[in-house]
Design a protein around this ligand. Structure first.
Ligand SMILES: CC(C)(COP(=O)(O)OP(=O)(O)OC[C@H]1O[C@@H](n2cnc3c(N)ncnc32)[C@H](O)[C@@H]1OP(=O)(O)O)[C@@H](O)C(=O)NCCC(=O)NCCS
Length: 126
């Protein structure tokens, strides 16, 4: 078995600034559309303060990229989906479907953080 991990921390006001620059929090916002699919954030976008949730999921995508680095270089944030209230990772690339991927997100004050652990079973002679 091989395990890798990735972590990312995001300054929530940075995400807020980017979203507001492109018209504010909505599913039509060009920045949001470039990063997230509707199903990932439909339950977040209408929150009174959607930014911790958006920043946490942004951090999760970056953490997935770090954890997957030994397996595949991923440049497109949209090919990684962070789905559900209890977040789960889904990848577009079927070749990576055998990997076990866990994610955990937290936010407090100005920061959101995500940790991702990737597990792969490697065949051995034993
Ligand atoms: C789930 C729980 C641990 C979240 O902790 P928290 O400090 O409130 O929140 P954090 O900022 O650390 O994490 C929030 C993120 O965790 C994730 N999350 C939510 N529920 C989760 C769950 N059941 N399992 C794993 N992750 C979860 C989500 O991504 C969430 O982000 P979002 O709100 O943007 O969707 C907490 O709500 C809980 O149930 N604690 C149980 C103990 C308890 O009730 N304590 C309070 C009384 S003292």
């Amino acid at each position: 078995m091989k395990q890798t991990c990735g972590v990312d921390i995001v300054h929530i006001p940075r995400i807020k600034k980017l979203v507001e620059k492109h018209g504010g929090p909505s599913l039509e916002n060009p920045f949001i559309k470039r990063v997230f699919s509707k199903e990932e954030i439909a339950h977040i976008i209408d929150r009174k303060d959607p930014y911790p949730g958006l920043a946490g999921r942004f951090a999760a995508k970056e953490a997935v990229i770090k954890a997957l680095n030994p397996f595949k270089k991923i440049a497109d944030l949209k090919s990684i989906k962070i789905k559900g209230k209890v977040p789960k990772v889904e990848l577009k690339d079927n070749k990576l479907s055998k990997l076990g991927i866990s994610v955990s997100i937290s936010h407090d004050g100005d920061y959101a953080i995500a940790l991702v652990v990737v597990t792969v079973l490697i065949k051995t002679d034993r």
